[in-house]
Design a protein around this ligand. Sequence first.
Ligand code: ADP
Ligand code: MG
Length: 295
Amino acid sequence: ATPTALLVGTGRGAQLGILIKGPEVLESTRAVDTVVLDKTGTVTSGSMTLVAVHVADGEDEDTALRLAGALEHASEHPIARAIAAGAAERTGTLPVPEGFANVPGLGVQGVVDGHAVLVGRERLLNEWSHELPPALSAAKAAAEQDGATAVAVGWDGKARAVLVVADAVKPTSAEAVRRLRALGLRPVLLTGDNTQVARAVAAQVGIAAEDVHAEVLPEDKVSVVRQLQERGRVVAMVGDGVNDAAALAQADLGLAMGTGTDAAIEAGDLTLVRGDLRVAADAIRLSRRTLGTIK
Ligand code: ADP
Ligand code: MG
């Protein structure tokens, strides 16, 4: 490969809003046939809002919001930000937790106003033997049917509320998936979120249900990429989160959203500066064309 042709490629990349770690990166895109897309923050805007509050019999909404909001205020997860903002808006200043721990891929736990509080996936609450009462299970199922995320809240030994947050698919994502397919690439959706939400998002952007990997714990995202590689696929991965860093590094080509975390940008080979997924297709087309001129 002549260095000059590669450098021309990187210069054109900068014009398109693609930052390339080094000219050698383009080489690795040659044989890419699969593009793994993180869901939250990559295919969806990642800026969620609190859209509904459901409480168990005898509980009040403001208490649920205050306890959940106080804990989530200490987390940087997009779901946590939505809950903290929605809770503060409705209940005023949130208490400072007396204890806080992040449970990666599951939620948060801690102590607020003397109550032991859990906020996150139903699985997190189940681990502490909190079971959702039927009315809350039904509210959760209905929210997930719509492609929203239901967050369970428990305190003092019982599941007592379900908060619904929704995260819209970015207006550019369906077009981005079409462009990737037009390049002969197979798009795959990868997320820690539940299967129903993941499938609803996949359907909206045109990814087949069989290409959806949901409920994947952060440390297992890298395994999904590795398994695809073991089956002979050459994998590009697009992601934005701290959770995506290992998978971005494992992929044959890692593309980080410029709007994402430093950890993702650090781990990626390329950065999509404006966080526009359509540019992922441009990046792959550009590198193929650049390499084409070299051969
Ligand atoms: P993704 O892969 O979609 O970016 P994560 O792996 O970070 O998501 O989290 C997986 C799931 O765990 C989330 O979709 C959410 O249901 C739950 N979760 C994680 N962190 C939190 C939190 N702070 N509050 C509520 N739910 C959370
Ligand atoms: Mg993400």
